[in-house]
Design a protein around this ligand. Structure first.
Ligand code: URA
Length: 436
């Protein structure tokens, strides 16, 4: 078998066999197939698509590129959540401590920023000292001691996804149902979980802009998880505007802490509690989602979730003082404002552009080896349906280098659509639930 023939086969709309997909994934993971051939194959997949059998083969090839963990020595259910990615989407940092405080184990294996979206690992690394590269033995120790652990793929866990993910990020091959399903499900099925809640984003800041595409992605992922014997549901949630008021790594850690203190923006709090509620339900800590929600609210109100976050940060080598002294997080040196150019109501937001602007300022990567600037961030002052006056602040930019500031400002200004009247209907945060 030769990689070049499999690239051509997909380019010409062919269907790859399980053996052919295994050949590509294992060859690339071992370093025998170079980046340029894998990138070409990914682009062919992006354009031509994968059928269900190919998606299943790709997911399993990536899953078995490493170890599949079992945490049978830890009593109780192990549950996780994964989002398909958005702007300001920081719910993992909030729900992991809530759910661990409520008595379930959360062995979370996350990814880095991808395209215009931020990644949990990069956000965690904004916390001074926080180590996302634990060995499996350390990961188990942290899980046993505090019920939650947040790490990246290691050489042992879904190493194929680690390499392919980094390549997709810089080759514009992210937004594809098969590639997203294989990436997410290979990591999650390797974690040793009993149940999984998927947060499938839809809208202008999501990889899937149309709700029907998000539903298709959710269906494929739920089916994959159930086939592997897991309890899985997917919530289709709104990403037509940023989640919360802050985006950027330090900023998102700060906002997550605010929610765990019982404050923070309503949309972020609501979604974090809803996802936690489903985790409690699937993990059999609650008899219904409503009961799960009450448990989640209690974990926040009593401070138990915040305490769990402190402990989790400490156990992974991070400086837990950031919880009470946020100035210990990396801070940007400068700030600039983007103001409204006309008066009216915000009728739409091109949310992906906001994520791209943030990446441009240093909050994302253009090349695999780029370093992230954890201090840069965007503060959003207006949401859809808000009144805005000409000259009023829309976004505050926190930045360190002005190399791309002008370009980022233009992109941000053009992200807001201001109309004479407010949109009539308010779209719900959770649009649909798949697999319940
Ligand atoms: N999150 C992942 O882990 N992988 C994707 O492909 C998209 C979002």
């Amino acid at each position: 078998m030769r990689a070049v023939d499999l690239i051509r086969k997909k380019r010409d709309c062919g269907v790859l066999s399980r053996e052919e997909i295994d050949f590509l994934v294992s060859g690339y993971t071992r370093g025998e197939i170079p980046d340029y051939q894998m990138a070409a194959w990914l682009m062919a997949v992006w354009i031509r698509g994968l059928n269900r059998a190919e998606i299943a083969a790709l997911t399993e090839a990536m899953l078995y590129s490493g170890e599949v963990l079992s945490h049978s020595e830890i009593p109780g259910k192990k549950v996780d959540k994964h989002s398909t990615g958005g702007v300001g989407d920081k719910t993992s940092l909030i729900l992991a401590p809530i759910v661990a405080a409520g008595g379930l184990t959360v062995p979370m294996i996350s990814g880095r920023g991808l395209g215009h979206t931020g990644g949990t690992l990069d956000k965690l690394e904004a916390i001074p000292g926080f180590n996302v590269n634990l060995s499996l033995a350390e990961f188990r120790r942290v899980l046993c001691e505090c019920g939650m652990g947040l790490i990246g793929q290691t050489a042992e866990i879904a190493p194929a996804d680690k390499k392919i993910y980094a390549l997709r990020d810089v080759t514009s091959t992210v937004e594809n149902v098969g590639l997203i399903c294989a990436s997410i499900m290979s990591k999650k099925l390797a974690e040793g979980i009993d149940a999984l809640v998927l947060d499938v984003k839809t809208g202008s800041g999501a990889f899937m802009k149309k709700e029907e595409d998000s539903v298709r992605l959710a269906d494929v992922m739920v089916e994959t998880g159930k086939r592997m014997g897991k309890r899985v549901v997917a919530l289709i949630t709104d990403m037509d505007q940023p989640l919360g008021r802050l985006a950027g790594h330090s900023h998102e850690v700060l906002e997550s802490v605010e929610v765990l203190k019982g404050r923070g923006p309503e949309d972020l709090r609501d979604l974090s509690l809803e996802l936690s509620a489903w985790m409690f339900f699937l993990g059999e800590k609650a008899k219904s989602v409503e009961e799960g929600r009450r448990l989640a609210e209690k974990m926040v109100a009593t401070g138990q979730a915040l305490e769990k976050l402190r402990r989790g940060i400490r156990l992974q080598g991070g400086d837990e003082r950031i919880v009470d002294e946020p100035e210990r997080l990396p801070q940007a040196r400068f700030h600039a404002e983007v103001a409204g150019q006309t008066s009216g109501y915000v009728s739409a937001i091109h949310c992906e552009q906001l994520g791209t602007a943030l990446a441009m300022l240093g909050g994302g990567r253009e090349k695999k080896e780029d370093k992230i600037d954890h201090a840069v961030g965007l503060e959003f002052h207006k949401r859809i349906a808000d009144r805005v006056e000409k000259g009023e602040k829309l976004v505050t930019i926190h930045y360190n280098s002005d190399a791309k500031l002008a370009e980022a400002k233009t992109l941000i200004a053009s992200s807001y659509v201001v109309s004479e009247s407010a949109p009539r209907e308010k779209r719900p945060l959770v649009r649909r639930i798949i697999g319940a």
